[in-house]
Design a protein around this ligand. Sequence first.
Ligand SMILES: Cc1ncc(COP(=O)(O)O)c(C=O)c1O
Length: 367
Amino acid sequence: MIKLLEPSLPTADELLPWLRQIDANHWYSNFGPLERELTQALERHFLDEGLGAASLVLVSSATTALELAVRTLSGVPAPRVLMPALTFIASAQAVLAVGGAPVLADIDPDSWLLTPEIAERALQSGPIDMVMPVATFGCPVDVDAWSRFSQRHGIPVVIDAAGAFGGQSVGAPGVTVVFSFHATKVFSTAEGGALATTDPQLAESLRRRSNFGIGKVGQGVTECGSNAKLSEYHAAIGLASLTGWPERRSRLIALHLAQLQGIAGHALPVTLQARPAQGPYAIFPLLLGSGAERERVEQALTAVNIQHRRWYYPPVQMHELFQNVAKADTLTVTADVAERLLCIPYHLRLGQDDRQAVMKTLQAALA
Ligand SMILES: Cc1ncc(COP(=O)(O)O)c(C=O)c1O
């Protein structure tokens, strides 16, 4: 069996020094010392990598982060939130969970992302209170372009960059960026997430709201909140992961390059997502020529025990829960991409022989 993805988190030995700190601190959740250390280390990481200056708020998942962001930033009780139809269902569920209404937009045919140009057109179809672009398949989105969009229209933008840690920039005014640290992501705390903003007051509000809206001890709450805190144990996993991150990042970038070379070397007639950088990515999607061709490739991969997946399938509007969802346009590109898209094995335990076997199987199926 060649697996589609294989998470790799810190080993017990790598975790042990951090767990011993928790033992010594007797502090297990509620903004403990490890949670603070991880927050500061990640803020430094964004700066050092040239990804921007921002205040970070760590939370229990990207989904809770999206819920907090929509509730805090939309400014209306039942916000209409524009998002791409091709996304993980969590983007739409987060809006629904806080009483909002997703409004689906189409994606760009090359990047497979919701772009500011598509959102501009969508604004003409009806009122929009907030936009949630998604870094689909971990592909970073242009924060500066979205910052200009936000300023031009006075509409807050929350980027669902769940899978784009390591490549996604943060520091842009008017734009809040959400990351997932779920076990399947390139940087992980097993379960967890983060919000990044250039507005320190907003960061403080998001942080309070992740703790039931509680601010200073003894003062009553003034903001609607939830429980979205990151425990010390999850922070320990994050700190242990961060130690190995630079090496992991380089290996993921090398893997991406090797994968691209494999596709070119085997002259595979597939279309790839127009990605602005070489990585790090956790997913490798490709577009086949048609739905029928995608089915043929799936059968060939299954026959030789190679895992594969139609990622983000079905798109949001095809789920029963969202059958009456508002749509800003015809979603033509989304339907086409969703029909032809397939993800092939992609992870750091994939050997050269495994990659070769995947390429050969694709080549034979596409001959
Ligand atoms: C685009 C997108 N948004 C949101 C999420 C949810 O992240 P989490 O599992 O941290 O809640 C995911 C998870 O994969 C995702 O891909």
